[in-house]
Design a protein around this ligand. Structure first.
Ligand code: NCD
Ligand code: ZN
Length: 347
């Protein structure tokens, strides 16, 4: 038998879906992502949301200040509202500042109240985006209270996404943080203009991890983790070498007291240990050679950006890696198993 692989060097990875927040939280979490990732698509769900090009430019400056000397490029997004101005979006894209627009169905998740209720109202902006090739990142869940939370992604595909793609042909779409076999299959069948991000935690937990033996608020995120069969389908999509699936951690920090709460916030903070956990998962799937595509190549290919020049070297240690349980007042995602993979260097 060949000796097990104990190191892996890949082009420096990117995170195609990241929440950095603002203020003190930004100071805490931005350096964590910048230590490993060269670039990240920055989610705009601040309070108030990042709606205009001017707001995105100011937020970008605050992020760059928070990462200090680290080489890190924030790829900014705009939060789509029913009053978003198509000219402002086009100008922000043409200047290179903004790399995507984010669609939150109103009420779907954290700070999404300003999101879209009636898709018809945003069709002119979407048509302009299709013309200039600016991708739409979609939080793919319906918000209708009658739809069971575990079905919201699958229903969104049928009732919102499919009609939207027919209404605005040519629009490039990233289905964010997919959690179901239906979403993976839909992306496969969707052609070159459709891709999906997959989080680290959805490759690791299913809904039992969150709910059996006591409720575990640090595993609560949106879209909520589904049945085991869906976790396995996501693993297949992430590790199978298919170009239209790539890493978006959806690392979403909340203070621990707001997670461990009678009405706990949604979001897992995974930025710190994502690359170690991914190496663990890809090794389990016998697919360490596919991690490079998932974390470093497929995302830039979809966004029309170059692969990073730098590299990341991961090594498999003899002893489990000890990650801190918390960073400031944020609880670090606990995968529930020991991992031996460690990021040795990021250049
Ligand atoms: C995100 C957040 O906290 O901003 N939460 C989450 O559970 N993923 C919002 C989001 O991406 O849905
Ligand atoms: Zn998110």
């Amino acid at each position: 038998m060949a000796a097990a692989q104990t190191s892996l060097t890949i082009p420096r990875p990117d995170d195609w879906h990241l929440h950095l927040r603002d203020g003190a939280m930004l100071q805490t979490v931005a350096p964590v992502s910048a230590a490993h990732f060269a670039r990240a698509i920055i989610m705009p769900n601040l309070v108030p949301p990042v709606v205009t090009g001017a707001q995105a430019a100011a937020y970008r400056e605050r992020i760059l200040a928070a990462v200090g000397k680290a080489q890190f490029e924030p790829l900014m997004t705009l939060y789509l509202t029913e009053t978003t101005n198509a000219d402002d979006v086009a100008a922000a894209a043409e200047s290179g500042l903004v790399k995507a627009v984010k669609l939150y169905p109103a009420g779907a998740t954290t700070n999404s109240d300003a999101g879209v209720r009636d898709i018809e109202k945003v069709v002119p902006v979407l048509e302009r985006m299709a013309q200039i090739g600016l991708p739409l990142c979609v939080h793919g869940e319906v918000t209708n209270g009658e739809i069971d939370i575990f079905d919201r992604e699958a229903v969104f595909i049928e009732t919102v996404l499919e009609p939207l793609r027919k209404r605005v042909p040519g629009l490039r779409i990233v289905m964010e943080h997919i959690t179901t076999a239906q979403a993976a299959d839909y992306v496969r069948s969707g052609g070159d203009n459709l891709a999906a991000t997959i989080t680290t935690h959805h490759l690791i937990i299913n809904r039992n991890h969150m709910l059996v033996g006591g409720i575990r608020p640090h595993y609560y995120c949106l879209p909520v983790a589904k049945r085991e069969e869906h976790r396995l389908a996501l693993r297949k999509a992430a590790t199978g070498g298919e170009a239209r699936f790539f890493l978006g951690t959806d690392s979403a920090p909340h203070p621990t007291d707001l997670k461990e709460n009678a009405c706990g916030c949604a979001g897992c903070f995974t930025a710190l240990n994502t690359m170690s956990l991914l190496a663990h998962v890809f090794e389990e799937e016998g697919a360490l050679d596919k991690l490079e595509g998932f974390a470093s190549r497929n995302g830039p290919a979809f966004y029309g950006l170059p692969v990073n020049d730098g590299t990341m070297r991961l090594v498999k240690r003899d002893k489990p890696v000890n990650f801190p349980a918390t960073i400031a007042d944020v609880t670090v995602f606990d995968p529930g198993f020991e991992t031996f993979w460690d990021v040795e260097t990021t250049i």
